[in-house]
Design a protein around this ligand. Structure first.
Ligand code: PBG
Length: 337
């Protein structure tokens, strides 16, 4: 030991992690993951009517839009390079019933939205949900009979709804209801009706989460919902069960998998990517968005940096992309860099 050897070198054996972090250019050079506009799917909320942009109280900065405004939003999203939108309708209360029968109307709000956007902005992908919750008078994702969500009848209905959505021009069907056997049934129905090229993004692991609260205000199901969704969504305590559920969706023909909510379930994102190798997407849900917004509005965190950090975390966890209400803000931000 010479007298030039200092105590830190003795401990680190000359391994110094900070060398690669010492300047902006070294940090850029060694950066492992990057967030780009290609990673983003933008979920939007639709209301009937025209000229309407309506704020959602529990989701500051997110609005419900009538179809004409949604078309404008789609155009901006496409111009910024956002690959796809996910559309969620706020259906007139008068059209909701016990079985969600309006999901089978070819010209319902979700299908008319798809038609309008596809016509005006053909280059952007449209991902539609076939769950029944926007259409039922009880806010559940399935048909409710004698206090039970009946699985097989629900599956038959959403498979029909999926065909109507494909006919309207949807590119990817994304069932979020967690009924057993839905992926296989939807695949069969799509193929039988000539929609072989329409994909399925399975909400493969959807947890019975409290993070969905603000979404239920957005599509007006919060006040309707009695009880909870624990008989069909996955228990937040269960990771292995989530993987088994996703494995069935893969077998049944899912093209892409989704994990929902996002940030509290990064372990599931990672495991799914390792296990199946399929494209994996995380849904940064309404409550995750709202937490960040609320804290930022209070000046308690730097909202923009936290937003970017959470989205990058999804990439590090193996996700191919993220459904996020921040998508449009992020796309605007990235386009300025
Ligand atoms: C239901 C559905 C939910 C969300 C999208 N579709 C959850 C629910 O209400 O139970 C949540 C999305 C979000 O919170 O951002 N099919």
């Amino acid at each position: 030991m010479t007298d030039k050897t200092n105590v830190v070198d003795l401990i680190t054996g000359h391994r110094r992690m900070r060398r690669n972090r010492k300047a902006d250019w070294t940090r850029r050079l060694v950066q492992e993951n990057r967030l780009t506009v290609d990673d983003l799917i933008w979920p939007i909320f639709i209301v009937p009517g025209s000229g309407i942009i309506e704020p959602i109280t529990a989701m500051p900065g997110v609005n419900r839009m009538s179809i004409d405004k949604a078309v404008e939003a789609a155009r901006e999203a496409a111009d910024l390079g956002i690959p796809a939108l996910a559309t969620f309708p706020n259906i007139d209360m008068i059209l909701r019933d016990e079985t969600g029968s309006h999901s089978l109307a070819a010209d319902n709000l979700i299908n008319e939205t798809t038609r309008a956007i596809k016509k005006a902005v053909p280059g952007i992908g449209i991902i539609t949900d076939v769950a029944l919750d926007p259409f039922t008078s009880h806010g559940h994702d399935g048909i409710l009979r004698d206090g039970e969500i009946v699985n097989d009848e629900t599956v038959a209905q959403i498979a029909k709804a999926a065909v109507l959505q494909a006919e309207a021009g949807a590119d990817i069907i994304a069932p979020s209801d967690m009924m057993d056997g839905r992926i296989g049934a939807i695949r069969q129905a799509l193929d039988a009706s000539g929609h072989q090229s329409v994909g399925i993004m399975s909400y493969a692991t959807k947890f019975a989460s409290a993070f969905y609260g603000p979404y239920r205000e957005a599509i007006n199901t919060g006040g309707l919902l009695k009880g909870d969704k624990k008989t069909y969504y996955i228990d937040p305590a269960n990771g292995t069960e989530a993987l088994r559920d996703a494995a069935l969706d893969v077998e049944e023909g899912a093209d892409m998998l989704m994990v929902k909510p996002g940030l509290p379930y990064l372990d599931i994102c990672w495991r799914m990517k390792q296990e199946f190798g399929l494209p994996v997407f995380a849904y940064q849900v309404s409550g995750e968005y709202t937490q960040i917004k609320a804290a930022a509005m209070n000046g308690w965190i730097d909202g923009e940096r936290v937003m970017l950090e959470t989205l990058l975390a999804f990439k590090r966890a193996g996700c191919d992309g993220i459904l996020s209400y921040f998508a449009i803000d992020v796309a605007r931000l990235l386009s300025k860099r």
